[in-house]
Design a protein around this ligand. Structure first.
Ligand code: NAD
Length: 250
């Protein structure tokens, strides 16, 4: 693969599995140094050991700050800047979903989804942007979803959070453009990860039948878009929400 991220330093939140792990791998193969963020020490170190086995020459590290805690996140980013010299790319990928109908929804679950999918993205972006502003630029790629276009029929907290991701992406691209910081989002369709594995087959099959390209996405399909938007090939793209969903319209 062409090393289009040579010399860049990237952080990928939720980098331990699924789409995040595929982004970590893609960025490393493209020549970046990557710090993957996990929710817990154990899973972060397990993913680190796996990626080091798959790509023995890669420069990769792992951290597990609480993504909603500005102090912890800022300290982690400053640590990375000190160790590697810069922070050029932030992939805000960590996220959870839930499919519960409205009348069964627990208030604390609504808070949990908004905390991770929205507040953590704001906290991480703010901490990274402070460093990127000082160093003269950077690229931030957020994880939206295809449900951010028309919502979904059950589990309202998740689409609400992804509409908010689009709002943050568009607003922050305008606010941070003057600092040469690009902010974009990728909106994946149904993708083969643990998040989807928990859904019943009778829910997934009709969704797949509705995809013009006839299959769900693989994590690598989504990681390709994260690579493009992080690279200088996207040098004048900011504020975009890029659907990666096999032409599906929902
Ligand atoms: P996944 O469940 O496989 O991975 C989620 C990642 O988020 C994991 O690395 C996990 O460690 C991390 N995470 C979960 N809770 C966390 C917490 N409290 N603090 C820090 N990290 C935490 O899911 P995935 O499918 O790879 O999802 C990745 C992103 O893609 C999410 O933002 C999700 O909303 C989005 N997305 C997924 C699909 C899909 O069909 N899989 C579709 C559209 C968007």
């Amino acid at each position: 693969m062409e090393r289009i991220l040579n010399g860049k330093v990237a952080v990928v939140t939720g980098g331990t599995r699924g789409i995040g792990y595929a982004i970590v791998k893609k960025y490393l193969e493209a020549g970046a140094k990557v710090v993957l963020f996990g929710s817990r020490e154990e899973t972060a170190l397990k993913a680190l050991s796996k990626i080091r086995t798959e790509l023995p020459d890669a420069q990769v590290d792992a951290m597990w700050p609480n993504l909603c805690d500005r102090g912890e996140v800022s300290a982690a980013f400053l640590n990375i800047k000190e160790k590697y010299g810069s922070l050029d790319i932030l992939a805000n990928n960590a996220g959870i979903s839930q499919n519960t109908p409205l009348f069964d929804y627990k208030d604390e679950d609504f808070d949990k989804i908004l905390d991770l999918n929205v507040k953590a993205l704001y906290v991480c972006t703010r901490a990274a942007a402070e460093i990127m502003k000082e160093q003269g630029g950077g690229a931030i790629i957020n994880t939206s979803s295809i449900v951010s276009y028309n919502g979904q029929g059950s589990g309202c907290g998740y689409p609400a959070s992804k509409f908010a991701v689009n709002g943050l992406t568009k607003s922050l691209s305008r606010e941070l453009g003057r600092y040469n910081i690009r902010v974009n989002a990728v909106a994946p369709g149904v993708t083969r990860t643990d998040m989807v594995a928990v859904l019943p087959d009778e829910m997934i099959q009709p969704i797949i039948r509705n995809i013009p390209m006839g299959r769900m996405a693989e994590p690598e399909d989504i990681a390709n878009a994260f690579l493009f938007l992080a690279s200088d090939w996207a040098s004048y793209i900011s504020g975009a929400i890029l659907p990666v969903a096999g032409a599906v319209v929902i």
